[in-house]
Design a protein around this ligand. Sequence first.
Ligand code: CMC
Length: 391
Amino acid sequence: SGYITLDYGFKNTGSTKSAITFLDGEEGILRYRGYPIEQLAEKSSFLEVAYLLIYGELPSQAELDQFTNTIKSHTLVHEDIRKILDGFPANAHPMGVLSSLVCSLTAFYPESITDRSKEQVDLNIVRLLAKMPTFAAWAFKNSMGHPVNYPKNKLDYCSNFLHMMFSLPVEGYEVDPVVSDALNKLLILHADHEQNCSTSTVRVVGSSKASLYSSVSAGINALWGPLHGGANQEVIEQLDAIKADGGNTQKWVEKAKDKNSGFRLMGFGHRVYKNFDPRAKIIKGACDQILNKLGVNDPVLNIAKELEEAALNDPYFIERKLYPNVDFYSGIIYRALGIPTDMFTVMFALGRLPGWIAQWKEMNEQKEPISRPRQIYVGATLRDYVDVTKR
Ligand code: CMC
């Protein structure tokens, strides 16, 4: 009943009031709980940022220690979950494996579905933050056909993840602090981005009073798509294709401008940023630094820079305000860190997890109504059923 406003893709629809992330697309500003992303990426740790997003304030040292230690005590996963993992074929995309394993937590912790007490919600949160890196690294191990590495809790969050990814079969593997610092920065930059597609998914699913684990599992699936988090995998595949094609970036810019080509420049454009993406700016700088420190010379970095230059000087991209987004340079760093291409979107999911949790929690605390958009019906008008023999 009443008047319905049609807004495809919710381009102009606000779905909630939120106190978590401030974003100004014209000015290229991004802040978590008021703190500029630039300062957090430079000075903070991923778990500290997770705490900030979820609980609203930076933790005291005692709060941070307690949060970190509780997470460490939950990194191990039930052995039967490993059996679920064993059932996946080696060529399963790790995003599908990740969302399935996250959803399986509803089966291993059924109280997480019904008990809405603060203690239970906090426990669900800690379990999820603790187990996601284990699931992610194990999804990779499964794709290699290798045995899994169990968590090592004396390591920090990022180092433990790298250990589970790489320590077996590499004898005497030691986590390189340059690599874990780079990972820490990337995860912070991905930690929240207000009402993007996957976060809105988490809130929409959660609004039916679905559990945290099932809501986040849905968010992972939304993130997987190539127009969202899946773009980081596609960017590197595109850069490799440009390299294999002789490195003529202008040719690919022309292709992206041709609407009939069905081709877009992946890692370019954003629904909200119309000037620059502040995350892309930091990641581009970090990319040069990290590759230098690691002594990695990846020719696609030059191709990426040339492609950016060519696009930013092209009227098509200028008129439409299309700039490199967070996904444009992140894949080059992930590759330098030794992360395989089909794990890039999983890395994004690990980073976005605190944001999803914070938004799910806020939506519940604000007692928001079930999400249920309306439509304008354009189908057939009333007609009578025709028996199958008469059709
Ligand atoms: N290459 C070529 N043309 C583009 C591109 C691109 N990457 N992005 C947008 N356009 C054009 C589009 O064709 C349209 O042209 P016209 O006005 O002539 O019809 C105009 O620019 C506006 O684009 P839109 O698709 O209406 O904008 P949107 O807000 O619906 O979509 C987007 C935003 C990010 C989905 C889109 O820019 C895109 O597909 N980019 C490539 C995929 C990508 O990098 N995604 C990652 C986004 S950032 C991180 C994340 O969310 O995970």
